[in-house]
Design a protein around this ligand. Structure first.
Ligand code: NAD
Ligand code: UD1
Length: 334
């Protein structure tokens, strides 16, 4: 059974990917410093995987700890989710974001090189398309960013490409995620951000569970069909299976590449709200607020490259994303 090091595997996307790894016949070896997750994730993971995944509480910036993980396990490839991800926080804490995300990636790559493991799947983001490209975004478009979080993704992509250019033994895929939402169908794992959520889906979920009295719709005067922002939401389990396809792709790929993981379809804020109302069975109050600074009217992927190179397409629709997301919220509110 091939062992896959899942850096950041106790988090939202990493935990769902660990489950899919096991069902695809891989053994996940999880490394996480628990800065945005908790060891209690091991309980649902054990239920869903049918075995307790091997877990190291370690920081990917800790070279000695990473060397130990590689020495104790014959790792075939690494999936790298370990990073800080809150856009607004990155604007107020740029040093911490650059240090954690970029230094973390460098130390991880050093440890991989020392261990002779040179296959990596990296969590990038649609944010690298920046403010000037027009959707649908294709992977050959120039990248840029508008905040430190986004710049860490742009910079790490360049670093990984340079590593592959310097040493042809490396094989790296950056997966550019669009907007992951929803939860595992069991309701056992999902996303429950600390504090007030910045993103739409967890905010709607809190309105549905009665924690907030209304959704703040940030802008209804965009040049979109209903005036609200349009995004390419993707079920987190579809995203997870995209990583399995990416691992298989690495075996036949030479060097570096980047691939979008989205559905290719756009949904407005009201589309998501109404789908969530169907899932939870009641109307959810909302009020219109001013636009959020830096927000785009539209963001959605061209997904041809994923289909062509990974043989992968997303299969779940918005109703399913909301139904599964709501099941998880009901589970954690019990
Ligand atoms: P998450 O915060 O739930 O998971 C990240 C995990 O990494 C956490 O468990 C955290 O404790 C861990 N971590 C952070 N820094 C670490 C370090 N230095 N050493 C070890 N562990 C560390 O986030 P997520 O939503 O699962 O996102 C995973 C990755 O995908 C991130 O890199 C994120 O930037 C990227 N991404 C996420 C989204 C999204 O909307 N969720 C969109 C695009 C890209
Ligand atoms: C956010 C990040 C982006 C990241 C992406 C990945 C910001 C500014 N951007 O983008 O870097 O790559 O997630 O998932 O955080 N909305 C509301 N009310 C809310 C929250 C959001 O109406 O309370 C609207 C927004 O205006 C937007 C849509 O909902 O039109 C989606 O917002 P969000 O979930 O934050 O995702 P992104 O803006 O795509």
């Amino acid at each position: 059974m091939k062992k896959i090091l899942v850096a950041g595997g106790m988090g939202y996307i990493g935990s769902h990917t660990a489950v899919e790894l096991v069902s695809a016949g891989y053994e996940p070896i999880i490394v996480d410093n628990l800065s945005n997750s908790s060891e209690s994730m091991l309980e649902p993971l054990e239920k869903l995987c049918g075995m307790r995944p091997k877990f190291y509480k370690a920081d990917i910036r800790d070279r000695a700890a990473m060397d130990k993980v590689f020495a104790e396990n014959e790792i075939d490839a690494v999936i790298h989710f370990a990073g800080l991800k809150a856009v607004a926080e990155s604007v107020s804490m740029p040093i911490e974001y650059y240090e954690n995300n970029i230094n973390g990636t460098l130390v991880l790559c050093e440890a991989m090189r020392a261990a002779g493991c040179k296959k990596l799947v990296f969590s990038s983001s649609a944010t690298v398309y920046g403010p000037t490209n027009e959707p649908p975004y294709t992977e050959d478009m120039p990248t840029s960013a508008t905040n430190p979080y986004g710049w860490t993704k742009v910079m790490i992509e360049h670093i990984l490409e340079d590593i592959c250019t310097a040493d042809p033994e490396w094989k790296v895929l950056s997966l550019r995620y669009f907007n992951p939402i929803g939860a595992h169908e069991s309701g056992l794992i999902g996303e429950e951000p600390n504090g007030i959520p910045n993103n739409l889906f967890p905010y709607i979920a809190r309105v549905a569970s009665g924690k907030f009295d209304h959704l703040k719709v940030t802008g209804n005067d965009y040049p979109t069909p209903d005036g609200t922002g349009v995004r390419d939401y993707i079920h987190v389990v579809d995203l997870a299976t995209g990583h399995i396809a990416a691992l298989k792709r690495l075996d036949e790929q030479n060097g570096y590449d980047a691939i979008n993981l989205g559905t290719g379809k756009g949904s407005s804020v009201f589309d998501v709200l109404h789908a969530f109302e169907k899932a939870c069975g009641r109307e959810l109050p909302y009020k219109i607020y001013p636009r959020r600074p830096g927000d785009l009217a539209f963001s959605f992927a061209n997904v041809d490259k994923a289909k062509r190179l990974l043989g992968w397409t997303a299969k779940y629709d918005m109703d399913r994303m909301c139904a599964d997301g709501w099941r998880y919220i009901e589970h954690v509110s019990k």
